[in-house]
Design a protein around this ligand. Structure first.
Ligand code: GN1
Ligand code: MG
Length: 375
C-alpha cells in the first residue's frame, strides 16, 4: 500500500508552478521505496505535458533536504557535461522544478517531502530483459553516468543512507533482526538464516579494500536496477539514469554488482519458483562488455578482477536486507503480500548459490573481454 493515504496529492501539486490546467495524476507503482505520480497538465495551446511528482520516503531517507541538495548538485553537474558533449540536458538527466516558494521540495503536514521532476517523454524502462543488447545498453548508460561524475566533488555529497552498501554492517543488521525477531516469523526462514550466517567471511572484502585505500572511493549511483535507466523509444539506447537518491561515495563494484543482481537474474526478483532463478552468463557477458566500454578506463585492476565477486556480494547483501525486513515485520520495503520479502530473499540467495557455482566461468568472461578491449 502507498504511504500517501491521508495527504491530498492535488494540494501538493498546487504548491509547484502552474504549468497549465491540472488534467489529473496517476500513481506509478515501480520501485520499493518512494511514491511516484505522473501529473498531466493541459497547456494553453491545447497540448498536454507530463511531470513526475515523488514523495520521498522519509522513513528510509531521513535527511530529505540534504538528499535534494545532492540531487541538485549532481543533476547540475550532469547537465553541464551533457551540454558540452552536444547532448540534450532535458532528456539525458532529470530536471527538478522548485516549488512556488523557491524551495526544491514541498513538505507536507504529515512530514512527507515531495519534489517535482520533468517527465522524459518517448522513453521506456525495462523490468525484465528479453535480449542481451538491452542489458549492454544499460551498462553503457550506467558506466557513462559514473564517468560523467568522476570529477564531481565527492566531499560535498551527503550520505543519504549511512552504510548503504556496507555489507558487514548489513550482516550485523541481519543478526540483530534475527535476535529481535519482531515479526515472530523466524521459524519460517531458518534455512535462509543459515545460508546468510554461513557467508560472513565474504562481507568485508570490498569495504576492506576501500578502507585500506587499495580501491578508490567514487561517486556512484548505488541503486543500479535495470529499471533505473530510461531507454529512448526511437533508438532503444539507454539515455537517462534516474533514481538519484542514493548517489553517494561508493565503489564502482556496488554499481556493477547491483546491476547484475537484478538484470542477469533469469527470473524476477520476487519469483516464487526458484527453479527459474539463475545467473545468465550471456547477460553477464553483455553487461561486462558495456560497462568496460564506458567505465573501463577508470577501473583499477582490482576492481575489474572483482566484478564476478561483486555480483555475488551485492546479491547477497540485498538478500540479507529482504530477509532482515521480513524478520522486522516489513517496515522498509513496500510489500504486496505477507511473505513478499521472504520470497525476494529466497530468489537472491538462490542467485548467490548459482553465482558461486559459476564464478570461474564469470572470471573467464571478464578475462576474455579484458583481452578483447586491451584493458
Ligand atoms: C530499492 O526503490 P528501488 O526499487 O529502486 C532499494 C535498493 C534495493 C532495491 C531492491 C533506497 O530500490 O537498495 O536494491 O529496492 N532502495 C533503497 O529491489 O533502499
Ligand atoms: Mg530507488
Amino acid at each position: 500500500m502507498s504511504i500517501t493515504n491521508t495527504i491530498n496529492v492535488l494540494d501538493i501539486i498546487k504548491q509547484f508552478p502552474e504549468f497549465g490546467k491540472i488534467n489529473g495524476y496517476k500513481p506509478i507503482t515501480d520501485g520499493h521505496i518512494n511514491d511516484t505520480y505522473v501529473v498531466e497538465y493541459l497547456l494553453a495551446d491545447g497540448k498536454t505535458e507530463k511531470y513526475l511528482l515523488q514523495r520521498i520516503n522519509t522513513n528510509v531517507f531521513k535527511m530529505p533536504v540534504e538528499l535534494m541538495e545532492n540531487v541538485m548538485g549532481v543533476t547540475a553537474h550532469l547537465k553541464n557535461k551533457i551540454i558540452a558533449a552536444g547532448g540534450d540536458p532535458m532528456r539525458e538527466t532529470l530536471t527538478v522544478y522548485p516549488a512556488k516558494d523557491g524551495k526544491n521540495y514541498v513538505m507536507s503536514d504529515d512530514g512527507g517531502c515531495w519534489r517535482l521532476y520533468n517527465f522524459v517523454d518517448d522513453t521506456y524502462s525495462i523490468n525484465e530483459l528479453t535480449n542481451p543488447d538491452d542489458f549492454r545498453n544499460a551498462a553503457l548508460t550506467f558506466g557513462n553516468f559514473q564517468k560523467l561524475l568522476a570529477d564531481y566533488p565527492i566531499d560535498t555529497l551527503h550520505e543519504t543512507i549511512p552504510n548503504f552498501h556496507n555489507t558487514p554492517s548489513r550482516f550485523n543488521d541481519l543478526k540483530i533482526a534475527i535476535e529481535n525477531n519482531f515479526s515472530g516469523r523466524k521459524e519460517e526462514c531458518l534455512p535462509e538464516i543459515e545460508f546468510a550466517l554461513a557467508r560472513e567471511k565474504d562481507c568485508a572484502v570490498i569495504t576492506d579494500l576501500l578502507d585500506s585505500g587499495v580501491m578508490p572511493l567514487k561517486v556512484t549511483h548505488n541503486d543500479t536496477k535495470l529499471n533505473n535507466v530510461l531507454f529512448d523509444k526511437k533508438t532503444n539506447k539507454g539515455i537517462c539514469v534516474v533514481d538519484l537518491d542514493t548517489v553517494m561515495p561508493g565503489s564502482s563494484l556496488y554499481d556493477f554488482g547491483d546491476s547484475i543482481r537484478f538484470g542477469a537474474n533469469t527470473a524476477a526478483e520476487d519469483e516464487k519458483d526458484l527453479s527459474k532463478v539463475s545467473l545468465s552468463l550471456e547477460y553477464f557477458k553483455a553487461y561486462v562488455d558495456g560497462y568496460l566500454e564506458t567505465a573501463g578506463d577508470s577501473l583499477t585492476k582490482e576492481e575489474i578482477d572483482l566484478l564476478p565477486f561483486a555480483s555475488k556480494l551485492l546479491t547477497f547483501e540485498c538478500g540479507m536486507r529482504f530477509l532482515g525486513d521480513f524478520l522486522n515485520g516489513d517496515v522498509y520495503f513496500k510489500t504486496e503480500y505477507p511473505e513478499h520479502n521472504l520470497v525476494r530473499a529466497r530468489t537472491q540467495f538462490k542467485l548467490v548459490a548459482d553465482i558461486e557455482a559459476k564464478m570461474d566461468e564469470m572470471s573467464a568472461i571478464v578475462d576474455e573481454i579484458k583481452k578483447l578491449k586491451k584493458i
